[in-house]
Write a protein that binds this ligand. Structure first.
Ligand code: DGI
Ligand code: FE
Ligand code: FE
Ligand code: FE
Length: 187
């Protein structure tokens, strides 16, 4: 699918702010793909669609999880974790985007997982560091993103886990798997 078509599809499903976030994630993902030798078109397409399901109702998201191959344990955790997996499903069902690399990058963009591909890490990281984001410690992650993809993802993962623990929120297993896997991969 051409990127401009994808943008036109996604736009009416998002708020203006969320749409602009998605465009910045796409720009950031494109830069990271160039830097780390991954396919720029796949990175951009995954980024444009990554938050596609963000504003579906809780009921609809839950229904897609219950009636598809998606992991049922998502339902035991915050509904914020559901939009990535459901978007990965819906782009195939609705638009025939059946590319497992793109679908995995979208599916795991919020939590990450163990053994992420470079494309998965690029979307995970671009979502975290796009220029509109303000998190404590983000500038150090942006600097690291220019030199070491794995290490930058580890910093983002650690920051997110710290943030969630400070809020006393339940943490999905893949969120921990991401951290544990990346800490073994940095040298
Ligand atoms: O959709 P975005 O706002 O662009 O970003 P996102 O999909 O990466 O993250 C949405 C939220 O999910 C963010 O505030 C962090 C949170 N999150 C990440 N991992 C977990 C989590 N929330 C819970 N409850 N558990 C997690 O494991
Ligand atoms: Fe998201
Ligand atoms: Fe994220
Ligand atoms: Fe996002």
């Amino acid at each position: 699918m051409k990127i401009e078509i994808a943008k036109d599809i996604v736009r009416p499903h998002l708020t203006t702010a969320r749409y602009e976030h998605s465009l910045r994630v796409a720009e950031t993902a494109k830069e990271l793909a160039l830097l780390y030798g991954e396919k720029v078109e796949k990175a951009e397409l995954a980024a444009v669609f990554h938050d596609y399901a963000k504003y579906r109702s809780r009921d609809e998201l839950a229904r897609w999880i219950v009636t598809s191959y998606l992991p049922k344990d998502l339902l035991d955790y915050h509904h914020e974790l559901w939009h990535g997996p459901v978007a990965a499903l819906l782009i195939e069902k609705e638009f025939g985007v059946k590319d497992i690399d793109i679908q995995n990058a979208i599916h795991y963009h919020t939590t990450g997982r163990a053994h992420m591909s470079n494309l998965e890490m690029i979307i995970f990281l671009a979502d975290y560091i796009e220029p509109g984001r303000k998190f404590p410690g983000i500038d150090k992650v942006r600097e690291m993103a220019k030199v070491d993809l794995v290490h930058a993802c580890l910093m983002a993962s650690a920051n997110t886990i710290r943030f969630l623990m400070n809020k006393n929120t339940a943490i999905y297993p893949d969120t921990f798997h991401t951290y544990n896997d990346l800490i073994r991969r940095v040298n």
